[in-house]
Design a protein around this ligand. Structure first.
Ligand code: ZN
Length: 150
């Protein structure tokens, strides 16, 4: 285990001692720790307060960009689908994790494994109902507006 993962795991352990969930993340830029995060769901009513999300958010705010390509995410736990998606959007191409979603499931943190499994099902079979409601003629089409502006 290298120093970045040691730090991510240390953050996770400290977070548990402070009443939080066992997740810490370290975002590495140019071979050094750039930002860190821990799961803050015990502190704020914000479902996006996951360790990786906070590390990403801090990096984007510091650099004033949404593009974090070239950086490496070290996470004490395998990222959930939300954090993984955020990393896709941010251009992260490398993620290193310690505990797997199966490990988290065994520890009683079941959501990530359940969501990953749900996402593999066809839309109609997922636990969240999603229905398309097509645009009607009397409304402006935001997609068309976007295309015309490009
Ligand atoms: Zn997450």
């Amino acid at each position: 285990m290298d120093r970045f993962m040691r730090r991510a795991v240390e953050l996770a352990a400290n977070n548990v001692k402070e009443g939080g969930q066992p997740f810490g993340a370290v975002l590495v830029k140019d071979g050094d720790i750039f930002t860190e995060g821990v799961n803050e769901l015990h502190k704020h009513y914000d479902i996006s307060g996951h360790a990786e999300m906070l590390a990403l958010r801090r990096a984007q705010q510091q650099l004033k960009t949404n593009d974090l390509s070239g950086m490496i995410m070290y996470a004490s736990g395998e990222p959930c689908p939300m954090c993984l998606s955020a990393m896709y959007f941010a251009g992260i191409e490398q993620i290193i994790y310690c505990a797997s979603v199966e490990d988290a499931y065994e520890a009683g943190l079941e959501k990530s494994k359940i969501i990953y499994e749900d996402l593999q099902k066809p839309k109609e079979a997922r636990s969240i109902s999603m229905k398309q409601m097509p645009l009607t003629n009397e409304q402006e089409d935001p997609m068309k507006l976007w295309q015309e502006r490009r």
